[in-house]
Design a protein. Structure first.
Lengths: 231, 230
């Protein structure tokens, strides 16, 4: 039951070319930056990334895209000013984009993790993002049908873990991470701190270890200081 | 005199009742938080999992794990809660937010909203705009009445890609407050010193104008911030 691996490089060593990979995070919080850098060092090709933003040089996701490692990005808001790599590659026709409303993006992932075959949402009805999607009237209101979204791997970020892979989060680090943890074949978590099994209170565990395959500990001194001060 | 951007935000904040749960979009909507009257408790929701977001963190006091949906390092008010994106969009899409204040590229007479994409060779990115537009109990738009080039933003039909159809209830601009009522767009209030004719001239669709249109109660400044344009 020991899920801890020694390094980020080891944790991503088996990801093949062409893999689909979810990456958690929204803004800097919750991006598993060190796992992404290790993935970048693999020099893979034809990846399908499922990530809410567009990626920047700092978070490493923009670097993966700049390297030409990414064939397709399934995303919601790849338009922020720092997302220069995706902008350049998209305008040159070198990357495929699938843009989803943010609630649809996360619910498709949630549906996959929950074993559902899809769901109907009112979001996007009558817009260009509805093109090609089934419309159904339920109780007099129009809804779009959306499919579940799974991946081969999920790279997620959490705050504390034990060796079994139980995870906690702090502040707005949760975002997509607990959801993505349910919807990939192999789930790899980068965490700030490792505590003994039994060291996390059962109430605070947000991602139970049943969802987690690998844990890498990358301490952040800055977070340790802030977390102590805000107690 | 037309309102400043802060003046529009001030006017909107007066209309948010005590106990509101509000999502604020980027631009003018973000400014609304600082004008909430002190005797009202209003919880600001952020898509990335905050209910009860506070003001931006002071320089040097930012928590690296705490941002709002704009990417600003923020604080939490007492009583705030944090959650994941699935719950955050359950709040949004499930109709639990009492209000959303959004920016606009265009709004139509019937309350169609276009605010996510300008056509052309650009990367499309929608974020939470479509979910919020269909989900909030009341969607209010905060915008300048015209573009920087003087083109009307309030139009008969949106020509930009739609965010959602018939979702907007009220439009707050630098010149006026407008209310969508079925097929009609009703002029509710005028900015101080602005005439009905000026509003009609800068609006790209027909308005329903009552016999008496009240003037907005907006002071020239608030805590040193100009609310009326000179």
């Amino acid at each position: 039951m020991d899920r801890v691996v020694a390094t980020c490089d080891e944790a991503v060593a088996d990801i093949p070319n062409g893999a689909s990979i979810m990456i958690g995070g929204f803004g800097p919080p919750g991006i598993p930056v060190n796992l992404v850098q290790a993935l970048r060092r693999r020099r893979l090709r034809d990846l399908v990334l499922i990530y809410c933003g567009g990626g920047t040089e700092q978070d490493g996701i923009g670097g993966l895209i700049a390297d030409g490692a990414v064939r397709k990005l399934i995303t919601s808001y790849p338009t922020h000013p720092g997302a220069s790599a995706v902008r350049e590659r998209y305008l040159r026709g070198e990357i495929e984009l699938e843009v989803l409303p943010q609630g649809t993006f996360v619910e498709r992932i949630r549906a996959a993790g929950a074993g559902l075959g899809g769901f109907y949402t009112p979001t996007g009805v009558g817009t260009e993002l509805a093109e090609g999607k089934e419309v159904r009237i339920i109780n007099g209101r129009a809804y779009l049908f959306e499919l579940p979204l799974r991946a081969d791997y999920a790279l997620i970020k959490a705050y504390r873990a034990d060796r079994w892979g139980n995870l906690t989060y702090r502040r707005t680090m949760r975002n997509f991470n607990p959801i993505m943890a349910t919807a990939a074949n192999i789930v790899i978590a980068e965490v700030d701190e490792l505590v003994p099994v039994g060291g996390l209170s059962p109430e605070e565990i947000e991602t139970p270890c049943i969802f987690v395959d690998r844990v890498v500990v990358v301490p952040r001194e800055e977070i340790r200081r802030v977390a102590l001060e805000s107690r | 005199m037309p309102l400043t951007r802060e003046g529009i935000a001030y006017r909107i904040a007066r209309d948010l009742p005590d106990g509101s749960f509000v999502n604020l979009g980027v631009g003018i909507p973000t400014l609304v938080a600082r004008f909430v009257p002190p005797d009202r408790t209003i919880l600001i929701h952020s898509e990335n999992g905050i209910l009860g977001a506070g003001p931006k963190a002071a320089p040097g006091e930012e928590d690296p794990d705490l941002v709002n949906a704009n990417g600003d390092y923020v604080t939490l008010m007492p009583g705030a809660s944090l959650f994941d994106h699935a719950l955050s969009f359950t709040i949004i899409r499930g109709g639990h937010l009492t209000h959303a204040v959004l920016g606009a590229l265009q709004v139509s007479r019937r309350g169609d909203l276009a605010n996510w994409r300008i056509p052309g060779p650009r990367v499309p990115g929608v974020g939470g705009a479509m979910d919020i537009a269909v989900g909030a109990q009341q969607v209010w738009v905060a915008t300048t009445h015209t573009t920087d080039q003087g083109e009307p933003k309030i139009v008969e039909e949106c020509t930009y890609p739609l965010t959602a159809a018939r979702c907007v209830r009220r439009i707050y601009t630098d010149l006026a407050v407008l209310r969508v009522e079925g097929e009609q767009l009703v002029l509710e209030e005028l900015a101080p010193g602005v005439t009905v004719e000026e509003v009609l001239e800068r609006t790209g669709t027909r308005l329903t104008v009552p016999d008496v249109v009240p003037i907005m109660e907006v002071p020239a400044e608030f805590a040193g911030i100009p609310l009326l344009a000179s």
